[in-house]
Ligand binder design. Structure first.
Ligand code: GLU
Length: 486
């Protein structure tokens, strides 16, 4: 039998790092075994659906490089792949359970349920009293005549053991509690625990993997499988993602960037996020941390997924993204950076592509993500120089007047402006003034760029252009002269 895994998000918000990791592991596993990966949108909880969320899932997963074999937008033999389009299918199976007495209609009002609960256990456990469990046909009809709405509950035995083998946790077992749970809500919509069983079964899913928060749902789902006489899939419950304090990550936690779209908008590379997420709670053994999608497909196994939570290490992600940026093809990096430069107002629709390419090239080793570039290279775009505190300090040093004026004259006397020529000019200044090393290079860098750190000096001066460099050096000289004449 071919392996079929799935990712089944509810379209209730943005694609989260946890969801993306669930999708990724399921995808890797299916691809390793030559199977299929299915994307299903579980949208029967109507109040929680967010318009456009499913499309954001599609875009985010595709951006990461996670491709599905079957799904709403690619089709497939087991569709529809959006649950609200499968309502007639669920209806048939609900009818079967009603006919067989394995489920029943419950007419309890909200008030009745609340009173029962209080009596049962002072509201501590969300139990069901069983008030409608044995209604006669007359009682049922009487409720119908009163116009009461109903839910449908699944009959749960008490004190039975439900055990299963979890791909991550090994054998897990639960005692059933006799708490008949709702499988169809009063609005006629099946609940998740029912819908997921029908869908996983009909879509021939062999491995149902999902977040740890679903572990307690699994015995309920297994009971439904048993009611139909179906074999459940293999379940796998994936560990929690924790923040840097080791606490469960809440969606409001701002210490960590949590949504895939945010990383995309900040100019991260998808393969870095993919690599990072794969290793978030799983390791192939060994020291190797940089793994391509193909290597991940080859190496992934649920056996090596941690049972305990995994701390989200933002620094490691930054490091990994820098690594991939350094490896990236320059033209691709340029494409990634252009929108950021435009958004920062540094370039418009028309720009000198060759110049931008060289600029991005000298920053390739420096940036951790594309969104960082505009602030780092703003001084290439402004006419007026702005010297930061460190640069200002350097420019107070005694060699500055001599070095700067020598560089000005050398530049003015030079017929051309190229990286080679700039090297020659700097050598000339060194010869003339006797200043070298830091006193020479740091002075020129601070004077021309306004910063003491930055990419290659010769390239930077070249890209700034002779005009800007001279203007800034003159500005320094004017300040110096004004000071001495005062
Ligand atoms: N729709 C569920 C969720 O978004 C998926 C649970 C499952 O994979 O079974 O949490």
């Amino acid at each position: 039998m071919s392996v079929r895994t799935r990712y089944a998000p509810s379209p209730t918000g943005h694609l989260h790092i946890g969801g993306a990791r669930t999708a990724l592991w399921s995808y890797l596993y299916a691809k390793q075994l030559g199977g299929q990966f299915i994307l299903r949108i579980e949208d029967t909880d109507l109040e929680r659906n967010v318009p456009g969320a499913a499309e954001e899932f599609f875009n985010g997963l595709r951006w990461l490089g996670i491709e599905w074999d079957e799904g709403e937008d690619v089709g497939g033999p087991y569709g529809p792949y959006r649950c609200t389009e499968r309502l007639p299918i669920y209806h048939n199976y609900i009818q079967q359970l009603l006919n067989e007495g394995k489920a029943y209609r419950c007419y309890c009002t909200v008030e009745e349920l609340a009173t029962d609960r209080e009596e049962l256990d002072k509201g501590a456990v969300l139990g069901y009293s069983g008030r409608c469990r044995h209604l006669t046909e007359e009682e049922r009809l009487a409720f119908e005549v009163q116009g009461r709405s109903h839910t449908i509950r699944f009959r749960v035995p008490a004190g039975e053991t439900i055990a299963f083998h979890d791909l991550v946790r090994g054998i897990v077992s639960f005692e059933t509690d006799g708490n008949d749970f709702v499988i169809v809500k009063s609005n006629g919509m099946p609940t998740y625990n029912f819908q997921v069983v029908i869908d996983d079964y009909l879509m021939a899913i062999t491995h149902a993997t999902r977040g740890e928060e679903h572990l307690s749902n699994t015995p309920r789902q297994i009971m439904i499988y048993q009611a139909f006489g179906w074999e459940p899939p293999q379940f796998g419950h994936l560990n929690l993602i924790l923040n840097e304090d080791g606490k469960k990550l809440s969606k409001r936690d701002e210490s960590i960037i949590q949504f895939i779209s945010q990383y995309r908008d900040m100019g991260y590379l998808p393969e870095a996020i993919l690599n990072f997420l794969a290793l978030l709670g799983w390791s192939p053994g060994g020291e190797e941390e940089i793994l391509s999608k193909e290597e991940l497909i080859q190496k992934f196994s649920f056996d090596r997924v941690n049972k305990s939570g995994s701390i989200f290490d933002q620094n490691k992600l930054t490091w990994m993204n820098s690594y991939y940026i350094k490896q990236a093809d320059l033209q691709r990096l340029v494409q990634l950076c252009i929108p950021h430069l435009q958004k920062a107002g540094l370039i418009g629709d028309n720009f000198n592509r060759e110049w931008i390419t060289r600029l991005v090239g000298i920053y390739q080793e420096k940036i951790t993500h594309a969104g960082e570039l505009p602030e780092m290279c703003r001084h290439f775009f402004t006419d007026e120089a702005q010297w930061d505190a460190e640069a200002a300090e350097i420019l107070n040093e005694p060699q500055v007047t001599e070095v700067v004026s020598a560089f000005i004259s050398a530049t003015q006397n030079s017929p051309e402006w190229s990286v080679e020529e700039i090297k020659t000019l700097l050598k000339l200044v060194q010869k003339e003034t006797g200043h070298k090393g830091r006193a020479l290079f740091m002075t020129v860098r601070a004077a021309a760029t306004g910063q003491v750190h930055g990419p290659d000096l010769n390239e930077s001066l070249y890209l700034l252009g002779r005009h800007k460099v001279l203007a800034r050096l003159h500005q320094i000289m004017e300040v110096k002269q004004a000071r001495t004449s005062n």
